[in-house]
Design a protein around this ligand. Structure first.
Ligand SMILES: C[S@@+](CC[C@H](N)C(=O)[O-])C[C@H]1O[C@@H](n2cnc3c(N)ncnc32)[C@H](O)[C@@H]1O
Length: 262
């Protein structure tokens, strides 16, 4: 079953936005890897609120996005009210794209394939709508347990294991997608774009679990989530007697561009 982000539309941008300097680095990296000209056409499966798309749309590029969440796409539409743009948004599942074959120069898969159980079909569909020499830019998404050097996240996983709950993503993580590119004999270029620091207090971090801000918390059944969150609260209170203590974790933004050898 597809994981719609309808429930996250009202808080996605507050919790996932890239700092402006990192957003600029991401945009410049995409333009370089795709060897973009003003005529370059972009496609993004799982476009969401346009975190990656908006800077490219605002630069005037023709951009098509697909998402199963109308509410996420509405947030993006609102950002463009009164502005000229060449953005087309389509409500569809990325495993069966209602699009013609061979039409886009660049596809951007950002934080989407880990959510899609049938990610091989999604990748096949993305490749189908790309032009033969098109470029697929994949944003790495490490597997559970390797996501970030965040002690609270690590403890959460330990607690879930105690409840015999597998916190793995339903779709593809980085090694799956890179393996797929290799099996397809695609030419690849991998770039470390930026280090994304995240500084917050223990109380703020704990609250993101209580409020189920991240999608890997949505699927956990209540009989597991309720006691597990109590365990996490106890651990955080014991580990950080001052809940306003600030601690830093980080996440590396890495992308791989894949294309048929030119
Ligand atoms: C984590 S968000 C990423 C959004 C955007 N790419 C970004 O990086 O900010 C994932 C988006 O993919 C959408 N989505 C999840 N599964 C999907 C599917 N099978 N087909 C289409 N959209 C999907 C969700 O509704 C959500 O808007």
């Amino acid at each position: 079953m597809a994981i719609s982000f309808d429930r996250a539309a009202d808080f996605y941008d507050q919790t996932r936005a890239l700092p402006p300097e990192v957003a600029d680095q991401v945009t410049e990296c995409i333009l370089r890897l795709s060897r973009a000209t003003p005529e370059t056409t972009f496609f993004e499966p799982g476009i969401g609120t346009g975190r990656i798309a908006l800077p490219l749309v605002e630069r005037g590029y023709a951009y098509t996005g697909v998402d199963i969440s109308e509410q996420m796409m509405d947030k993006l539409r609102q950002k463009l009210v009164g502005k000229p743009h060449q953005l087309t948004l389509i409500n569809a599942d990325i495993t069966t794209l209602p699009l013609e074959s061979g039409v886009f120069d660049v596809a951007i898969a950002a934080h989407i394939l880990h959510l899609v159980a049938d990610w091989r079909s999604a990748l096949a569909e993305i490749q189908r709508v790309l032009k033969p020499q098109g470029v697929l830019i994949y944003f790495h998404h490490p597997g559970s347990g390797a996501t970030r050097n965040d002690p609270i996240d690590q403890q959460w996983r330990t607690i879930l294991e105690r409840y015999s709950y597998q916190a793995d993503f339903v779709g593809a993580v980085t090694e799956d997608v890179l393996g797929y590119f290799q099996a397809q004999n695609l030419a690849i270029e991998t770039v470390s774009v930026a280090e994304l620091p995240r500084i917050r207090t223990a109380a703020e971090a704990l609250q993101t679990y209580c409020d189920r801000i991240y999608s890997n918390l949505w699927q956990i059944p209540e009989p597991i989530f309720t006691p597990a969150i109590e365990d996490l609260k106890t651990w955080v209170q014991q580990t950080y007697p001052d809940l306003n203590e600030r601690f830093e974790s980080s996440y590396e933004v890495t992308v791989t561009a894949a294309s048929r050898a030119r």
